[in-house]
Design a protein around this ligand. Structure first.
Ligand code: PGA
Length: 248
């Protein structure tokens, strides 16, 4: 049985004043019926960990370096994230793949580093609009999955987030059939790559998930939760998405 997961990606948003949103979320979801994860900017991790105390909300980074330590100005290691209170790290988000030219091999190396530091890697993949229009969605997803998944990946240390690039921050979402098609494909490929462990990996959908469309998305087969950007910044919106997931 895979436990559902509602993950919030704050991206490059959040100052100390925004810790109140996490606090409000914790107050409203003291005994949640799903796992909750917030990935704030690295600057807020340790303060958010202090603010949340023992609340059942996990924290994650949004990226890490593949190395353990060293001369990499501006980078953060997986062990540093763990030290700051993180249990998870988002890797291979399309904004990192685009803004920082991260390849599948780079994402795989980072995921291996996350594993070594005891973090759960939330590995993101998804097609561009041009890929979809060209009928190459499953081919792209397949290549990203096979290239980004590290050796030693298990259902306990790996989560996969399907995020069509064109749906992120755009207010557009795939049709239910399109989401279901990709998730079914991912489940089958995970089983090919990881045998029985493939059935234990949680598959999140991400891209313009909102309170208004969450229930429809969560009702789809093989959707184990969501990776939420914009709508995770406000406790009221993220809370409504969490409630929809609990009820799915
Ligand atoms: P969005 O972002 O919910 O704002 O579309 C999702 C993501 O990029 O993880």
């Amino acid at each position: 049985m895979r436990r559902k997961l509602a993950a919030g990606n704050w991206k490059m948003n959040g100052l100390a004043a925004d810790l109140a949103e996490a606090q409000a979320l914790a107050a409203d979801h003291g005994a949640p019926g799903c796992d909750i994860l917030i990935c704030p900017p690295a600057t807020l991790l340790s303060r958010m960990a202090d603010t949340l105390g023992h609340a059942p909300i996990a924290l994650g980074g949004q990226d890490c370096h593949a190395g353990a330590a060293g001369a990499h100005t501006g980078d953060v290691s997986a062990a540093m994230l763990a030290d700051a209170g993180a249990s998870h790290v988002i890797l291979g988000h399309s904004e990192r793949r685009a803004d920082h030219a991260e390849t599948d091999a780079a994402v795989r190396a980072k995921a291996a580093a996350a594993q070594a530091a005891g973090l759960v890697a939330v590995i993101c993949l998804g097609e561009t609009e041009a890929d979809r229009d060209a009928g190459r969605t499953l081919e792209v997803i397949d290549r990203q999955l096979a290239g980004s998944l590290p050796g030693g990946a298990t259902g306990a240390n790996t989560v996969i987030a399907y995020e069509p690039v064109w749906a992120i921050g755009s207010g557009r979402t795939p049709t239910p059939d399109q989401i279901a098609e990709v998730h079914a494909f991912l489940r089958a490929r995970l089983t090919d790559l990881m045998a029985a462990e493939g059935a234990a990996v949680r598959l999140l959908y991400g891209g313009s998930v909102k309170p208004g469309n969450a229930a429809e998305i969560f009702a789809l087969p093989e959707v184990d939760g969501a990776l939420v950007g914009g709508a995770s910044l406000k406790a009221a919106d993220f809370g409504a998405i969490i409630t929809a997931l609990e009820q799915a």
